[in-house]
Design a protein around this ligand. Structure first.
Ligand SMILES: [Zn+2]
Length: 346
């Protein structure tokens, strides 16, 4: 019997050295087993071949039975393991958990001490509404989508025009004439299929503002239309939602985070009334440097990520002013007005 077992071992190791697959080696050993069993049954007792290979079929049958039990057990174990292993489970793309391959995309966030895995999860669970898919909204939307903000709403009633493309790089030449929100949606989906984008092709109005803002945790305002800005601020204050608002003119941009529910000023504390006509000309009238909205819109996304993850200090109660023409930045402190008609005691 020892002779046969030695032969089986020799087959196994010789096969391994020559690179034969394990299945082929097991098959050869099984053939050897069948041959030996046949010798035990076919040859008369005392035959030298039968004596040399064990002498009786009983021991071989017991050994074969044990081998079959071990084989069945390991197969069963492998099947159970493959069922439990996470990569065999289907995963949803945009639920509270990260989809397969999704965490890889945020690896540079996850290694940041101030964001990490918990911060990235907060970003995924966050719902951010961006008002305006123009100069400021466009870069903000791109970076929010890339950063993995789970739900991004965007409201804008305009269509893409050729004059937008000098600065609104979320849109493309072939999407001229398409509603900006759908163009932005296409760009965000192409950038990050794991985020949910909700486009609203209309201007923000009094009738829909409260209901829309209620669906989101954080509002970003990048419009250049003063009545809309005041509406966004009033709605955000009433709903106790933080508001990141920015504005541009020619070579200069400014940005702050407005949050009276955290004892910080609201937009109307700082800008109590719309400037007189002509004093704050629009981009169309006065012109604007192409990369400037890129700088300030990206800062809006920075503030959003900080506010959502709790990293660092936001610009609440401070305004950052960037003068691109002279390469200067300034920070000015902002104070709440107790008599503010929006967030004041009255
Ligand atoms: Zn106020």
């Amino acid at each position: 019997m020892a002779l046969v077992l030695a032969m089986a071992a020799a087959i196994w190791f010789a096969g391994r050295r020559t690179g034969a697959p394990a299945n082929a080696r097991w098959l050869t050993i099984a053939l050897l087993y069948v041959l030996v069993l046949a010798l035990q049954v076919a040859l008369p007792v005392g035959h030298p071949f039968r004596e040399a290979t064990g002498g009786s079929a009983g021991e071989w049958l017991v050994l074969g039975g044990l081998g079959a039990i071990v084989w069945a057990y390991t197969r069963g174990l492998a099947r159970v393991r493959s069922r439990v292993r996470p990569e065999n489970r289907p995963r949803p793309a945009t639920s509270g958990t990260f989809g397969e391959g999704e965490l890889d995309r945020y690896a540079r966030h996850v290694v940041l001490r101030e964001i990490g895995g918990p911060g990235q999860r907060r970003l995924k669970e966050a719902r951010v509404l961006v008002v305006g898919a123009g100069g400021l909204g466009a870069p903000a939307l791109q970076y929010l989508a890339a950063a993995g903000v789970g739900t991004i709403g965007v409201i804008d009633g305009d269509e893409v025009e050729a004059t937008n493309l000098q600065r609104q790089v979320i849109h493309t030449d072939e999407r001229i004439g398409m509603p900006k929100v759908f163009s932005a949606e296409a760009a965000m989906r192409a950038l990050n299929p794991y985020v949910e984008v909700r486009p609203y092709h209309r201007r923000l109005t009094e009738e829909i503002a409260a209901e829309l803002v209620a669906d989101y945790d954080l509002i970003l305002d990048g419009t250049d239309h003063f009545p809309t800005r005041f509406l966004v601020n009033r709605t955000a204050v009433a709903a106790r939602k933080p508001l990141v608002a920015a504005a541009l003119s020619q070579w200069e941009g400014q940005i702050s985070l407005y949050e009276p529910s955290a004892e910080k000023p609201c937009y109307e504390c700082i800008f109590p009334e719309a400037p007189a006509p002509g004093l704050a000309p629009s981009c169309a009238e006065a012109g604007v440097l192409g990369p400037l909205p890129g700088v300030v819109g990206a800062l809006m996304a920075v503030e959003a990520v900080k506010r959502i993850t709790g990293a660092g200090e936001t610009l609440a109660g401070r305004m950052l002013i960037y003068d691109a023409l002279y390469g200067e930045t300034r920070i000015i402190a902002l104070r709440r007005r107790p008599d503010c008609p929006v967030c004041g005691e009255a």
